[in-house]
Design a protein around this ligand. Structure first.
Ligand code: HEC
Length: 260
């Protein structure tokens, strides 16, 4: 719990009011699992969230437009550019997922796209939080919030389950209880922390009738203001800083895709 959660609830209620019943009835899960479909649903979820958050991202508290630097399409282009720099995105063309049903190919693409969005959101904090007159106020649109909103939408629309999770550091566990790892995720996150684990590589396994995949998330410079040192100091938006250092593993993004 925390004030971010409360804000999220308020935003969700406001969004629901604007959505109307028509679009609400569209939010129903589907179990299609071909790669192209999942990728386009994921992209739609990102654009949807960015559209809904435009007021926060691009306006002043009085409602006047602050700047147009992060309009949804521009924002998504930045995310896609970041994604193409990352391992699973490097040789990716959306068409390459057409007809693909192999979860081992689809899963890394999805988690990398979310991770790219989190990175761009962290890097954009200066733009998002700056006011016309140069003052800085907290807009509460941060990587974890971006991820939470995108995944909520995506999971609902596709009957998939994706999650951002962490073991925490020292006595500071998950900030948000929803992010608590399950047993499988806990074991995988422990593997990532071992010194012989190849950096940036994920871990996947077929379990019963689904494929589980988790990709590690590392701390970059942009995360330190909230998750860095000194340990225990109040971070912006509440919660004590966990004392992470650049390059350290922070957690993972996990996905489970049905196989049958
Ligand atoms: C502006 C402050 C801020 C920045 C910058 C920030 N975070 Fe966070 N992060 C938070 C807050 C606040 C939460 C808890 C959100 C909630 O209540 O759901 C959080 C939650 C998380 C979580 C979910 C696990 C948990 O503890 O619940 C992960 C993973 C995470 N952050 C990673 C990162 C990474 C990686 C970066 C840099 C790319 C980053 N964060 C940048 C404030 C920040």
């Amino acid at each position: 719990m925390g004030c971010i959660r409360t804000k999220l609830i308020v935003y969700s209620i406001i969004s629901l009011l604007f959505l109307g019943t028509n679009s609400l009835s569209q939010v129903q899960g589907e179990t299609r699992r071909d790669g192209m479909y999942l990728f386009s649903q994921f992209k739609d979820a990102i654009i949807y969230v960015l559209n809904r958050q435009q007021k926060i991202i691009n306006t002043n508290p009085d409602g006047s437009v602050k700047n147009k630097q992060l309009e949804s399409e521009v924002y998504f282009k930045r995310i896609y550019k970041q994604f193409k720099k990352m391992e699973a995105g490097r040789n990716f063309r959306p068409k390459s997922l057409e007809g693909v049903r192999d979860p081992e190919i689809i899963a890394p693409v999805l988690v990398t796209l979310l991770q790219a969005g989190r990175i761009v959101t962290a890097e954009s904090q200066g733009i998002i939080n700056a006011e016309k007159d140069g003052t800085n106020i907290k807009k509460k649109f941060i990587p974890a919030v971006f991820g939470h909103l995108v995944l909520t939408r995506f999971n609902k629309k596709t009957n998939s389950s994706m999650k951002q999770t962490t073991l925490g550091k020292g006595k500071h566990k998950q900030r948000n209880d929803d992010n608590r790892p399950d047993l499988w995720e806990t074991e995988a996150l422990k593997k990532f922390s071992q010194s012989d684990w190849k950096r940036n590589s994920g871990y996947g396994e077929f379990l019963a009738d689904s494929y589980h995949f988790i990709q590690p998330i590392y701390i970059s410079k942009d995360c330190l203001s909230c998750h860095g040192l000194p340990v225990g100091e109040d971070a912006p938006y509440g919660y004590p800083k966990e004392g992470y250092q650049e390059g350290e593993i922070r957690g993972g993004i996990s996905v489970s895709l049905p196989v049958k």
